[in-house]
Design a protein around this ligand. Structure first.
Ligand code: SF4
Length: 316
């Protein structure tokens, strides 16, 4: 799997000050699962080290200028951003992690300097980030700073793995039967994101209007990408856990039932992390060989060693 990156996050000395911004989660953890495709737009048009650039608001328009000499470089930064954003398409990446605060790579809240010494406002988007967002509206994109939040991290990586799964699935030119199987595996994951998406995707797959396969797959792709871009929460996840519990509750003893329900409630009350519940559920699924649940991506959405469900804060 390939993940796009702002190059300085690898530690490459490409920042304006001749330093890198190595991110340990990327270099020490994600590197076990992804091949990286990295870009540094600024390095391709300016020397390193170089004078810093910044966003400034001039007559209501955001421009890019050098911070000391006040040279206007908007066009250069825009052109390289567009060129590299186009290049991204050829690498089949399944997500992108951008460097926060950068006037080129920042995804949100980039400082925009105001005229006449007015205080700067954190309302900008880096030009390269904007070029990516415009071209790939459903590509999972985050900033390294936001990924320090376990909730955003869990949602992002779940989205990345599901995005790649969908791409591989569609590349295999599936038939309707295979679409049903794919959707079935994602039912609870989608349900934990949005009950509306769950219904919409269910209707698409049911295809009561007997639409041609290519139209069904197109609609499913858009609906699926939208669904996985949504953030899950404790309440929806709790609901899914109760649904899943329903598959084996009659097969276990009253004591076991009480224990499972208590653990699910402890998850809801943020006493135990989600992994504590899914471990128990997976045990029963194996014991009773429940084929339908074995295939549910919700229970195993990404490599367990990423340990994203081990933190209480991974669910809000
Ligand atoms: S933030 Fe983007 S443009 Fe700036 S050094 Fe990092 S990769 Fe290069």
């Amino acid at each position: 799997m390939k993940l796009g990156l702002s190059e300085c996050l690898l530690g490459t000395a490409c920042r304006y000050d001749g330093a890198g911004s190595r991110d340990r989660f990327i270099t020490d953890v994600l590197s076990d699962y992804f091949e990286f495709v990295s870009y540094c737009p600024e390095r391709l048009i300016f020397p390193t080290p170089r004078e810093a650039i910044r966003q400034v608001e001039i007559n209501g328009k955001i421009e890019i200028e050098t911070s000391n000499t006040k040279r206007r470089v908007t066009q250069e930064v825009q052109e390289i951003s567009d060129r590299l954003a186009e290049d991204v398409m050829h690498h089949h990446i399944c997500g992108y992690i951008l460097k926060s605060k950068s006037p080129t790579c920042g995804l949100e809240r980039v400082k925009v300097y105001q005229p006449k010494n007015a205080p700067s406002e954190k309302k900008g988007v880096g030009l390269f980030a904007k070029a990516l967002l415009q071209r790939y509206p459903y590509l999972p994109i985050e900033e390294e700073g936001r990924l320090l939040d376990p909730w955003l991290r869990e949602n992002f990586l779940m989205q990345v793995f599901a995005y790649e799964d969908l791409r591989n699935f569609l590349a295999g030119e599936p038939q309707m039967r295979e679409l049903v199987a794919f959707h079935t595996a994602y039912k609870y994951l989608i349900y934990a994101k949005s009950t509306q998406s769950y219904k919409t995707l269910g209707n698409i797959v049911a295809n009561k209007e007997k639409k041609p396969l290519d139209q069904v797959l197109h609609a499913y792709r858009l609906g699926f990408l939208h669904a996985i871009s949504l953030k899950g929460n404790v309440a929806k996840t709790y609901n899914v856990l109760l649904h899943i519990y329903g598959y084996f509750k009659k097969l276990i003893t009253p004591e076991e039932r009480q224990f499972v329900l208590e653990t699910i409630e402890e998850y809801r009350d943020k006493v135990v992390p989600l992994i504590a519940v899914t471990k128990i559920i997976n045990l029963y699924i194996r014991r009773f060989d429940i084929a339908y649940l074995k295939k549910q991506k919700f229970l195993n959405p990404y490599p367990e060693k990423l340990a994203l469900r081990s933190e209480l804060e991974a669910y809000k």
